[in-house]
Design a protein around this ligand. Structure first.
Ligand code: SAM
Length: 246
């Protein structure tokens, strides 16, 4: 990265202040986010991990955006991040919430390799990474309904995503979905499926993500509580889910 730690910190502080996240910053968190940004840019120069590569954009669109729902996870909870890509939201969340135990899941090997090596480099012992498809990994013995929370950002529409996520969640836990401006439309489409998977809509929170330039984008945090077991027939094979979401 071309910026010094002090220069990076100034941009980070200003952006997190605008996005009501300033309380998350400490010297240690700032240092870790600086290292994460640096490692992401270096890895991205070798292999395409993310289209978001400029420091200011990484701070707003990866770090702040990943943390908009940080308060929706119970203290000490286990969280699975489905389709984590290069570690979003899982890596920033593991940095600011050291009490959480996070499993970052993605089907692309090079992305999971990045998450694993970055977690090691940053000394994060509260995150593990698994390379698998969600609909297959959930069938691993001991995995189904074993997480307090599932989360996902930018993976698929909510009706499809709920079928992948809800089987991982314990009864009493929740699926925290990070969505863009059409979150309310997605929620309407997904309502029937959410009930079938044992869930109920708990929270729909409209948020605004503010970028360095001042540009504002609409976001939605959707929390779906799990009230009853997800029937064993879910999740179906991915092709079936994609062809006909519930
Ligand atoms: N969540 C990250 C973010 O917000 O930057 C990555 C988003 S990327 C657009 C979508 C990711 O979901 C890809 O890395 C892809 O490999 C992963 N993915 C899609 N379907 C999946 C599935 N069924 N199981 C596991 N990973 C999946």
């Amino acid at each position: 990265m071309t910026l010094s730690l002090n220069e990076f910190e100034a941009i980070l502080k200003e952006n997190f202040r605008k996005n009501s996240l300033a309380e998350l910053l400490s010297e240690e968190v700032t240092q870790k986010l600086y290292s994460l940004c640096d490692l992401l840019q270096k890895a991205n120069a070798q292999t395409n991990l993310t289209a978001i590569d400029k420091t200011e954009d990484i701070i707003a669109k990866h770090f702040a955006d990943s943390l908009l729902a940080y308060s929706h996870y119970n203290k000490g909870a286990s969280v699975i991040d489905i389709g984590c890509g290069a570690g979003f939201p899982s890596l920033p969340l593991a940095i600011v919430r050291s009490d959480l135990k996070i499993c970052a899941l993605d089907s692309t090997g090079k992305k999971i390799d990045f998450v694993k090596s970055t977690a090691k480099a940053l000394g994060l012992d509260n995150i593990s990474a698994v390379c698998a498809r969600a609909e297959e990994y959930v069938a691993t013995p001991g995995v189904r309904e074993s997480f307090d929370h599932a989360t996902a950002r930018a993976v698929s529409r909510l009706n499809l995503l709920s079928e992948l996520a809800m089987p991982f969640v314990k009864i009493g836990g929740s699926f925290v979905a990070l969505k863009a401006k059409d979150g309310d439309t997605e929620l309407k489409e997904a309502e029937k499926g959410i009930k079938l998977f044992g869930g109920e809509i708990d929270t729909f929170e409209k948020r605004t993500l503010i970028e360095d330039s001042g540009l504002e984008s609409q976001r939605a945090v959707i929390v779906i509580k799990k009230f009853s077991p997800t029937p064993e027939k879910f999740p179906r094979a991915y092709a079936k889910i994609a062809k006909k979401p519930m």
